[in-house]
Design a protein around this ligand. Structure first.
Ligand code: IPE
Ligand code: IPE
Ligand code: MG
Length: 246
């Protein structure tokens, strides 16, 4: 919290859920066991976020680069995703959580796409809480896809080249309907973005924690929010301008 203002709850938290493999290795377990525990952290953290009044939470669940992992790990992750969607559907409905995805989901296994569509359809009218899963997501492919869609729109006259702006272009990103993250959290001690929401996090506050994702819980989320509340978001202005509300 800043010295003057009340505690702010970020509207949108994005999380790079990292460290499942190391969590498992430390215990002599297969990597997939770490991912399995990671799914339980997803449940814990989404519940905690809901209780704290966070409206949007985006979870980096599978990157465009993660396809290059051993085939057994990739298929294990897809199986877990399928399991998660089946298990959580009723909870999403009960808690009125809307599910959205970002990423090239058309490359996911057909069964997973079916489950995704089922949950998205069943939760599409909820407006208070949104869970966004980044699946086969990468910022660079997102920009390439957006550029292609934007160019097509210019070509058929829906967009005018002379009106080009970030505001217009950003409507072609996967995140068109989603506000920008206020807070980005990465677990497991790595200090990098790994191709996640690079443009959308232009002004996000970042919190890096050494905690491995399977160990990340409600207290860790609360600590990250507390850290966020100590920051002054200046967006290029001076402290004096921020204080005077100009
Ligand atoms: C994050 O954990 C989960 C995914 C990338 C799917 P990792 O599997 O990357 O865990 P580490 O980084 O190897 O510990
Ligand atoms: C980022 O983690 C992707 C997800 C959390 C899904 P990685 O473990 O794949 O990232 P790098 O390889 O360490 O950069
Ligand atoms: Mg990792």
């Amino acid at each position: 919290m800043t010295s003057s203002g009340p505690a702010k709850v970020p509207q949108h938290i994005a999380i790079i859920m990292d460290g499942n493999g190391r969590w498992a290795k430390q215990r002599g377990l297969p990597r997939l066991e770490g991912h399995r525990r990671g799914v339980e952290s997803v449940r814990t953290v989404t519940n905690a976020a809901r209780e704290l009044g966070i409206r949007y939470i985006t979870l980096y669940a599978f990157s465009a680069e993660n396809w290059n992992r051993p085939a057994e790990e990739v298929s294990g992750l897809m199986g877990l995703l399928d399991f998660f969607l089946k298990r959580e559907l009723n909870t999403f409905i009960k808690d009125r959580v809307r599910l959205l995805t970002i990423g090239r989901t058309s490359a996911l296994p057909a069964g997973v796409q079916r489950e995704l569509n089922r949950v998205i359809e069943a939760t599409k009218d909820f407006t208070d809480r949104t869970l966004v899963l980044a699946l086969n997501y990468g910022s660079r492919t997102e920009v390439a896809d957006a550029a292609q869609a934007y160019a097509a729109a210019v070509q058929d006259g829906r967009e005018k080249l002379e009106d080009s702006s970030w505001d217009r272009f950003s409507r072609y990103l996967y995140t068109a309907e989603i506000p920008e993250p206020d807070l980005l959290i990465r677990t497991s001690g790595e200090l990098r973005m790994s191709n996640f929401l690079l443009l959308q996090c232009a002004y996000a506050e970042m919190v890096f924690t050494p905690v491995l994702w399977p160990d990340f819980g409600k207290a860790d989320l609360a600590a990250a929010i507390e850290d966020y509340n100590k920051r002054e978001r200046r967006y290029g202005l001076t402290t004096e301008q921020i204080k005077s509300g100009s």
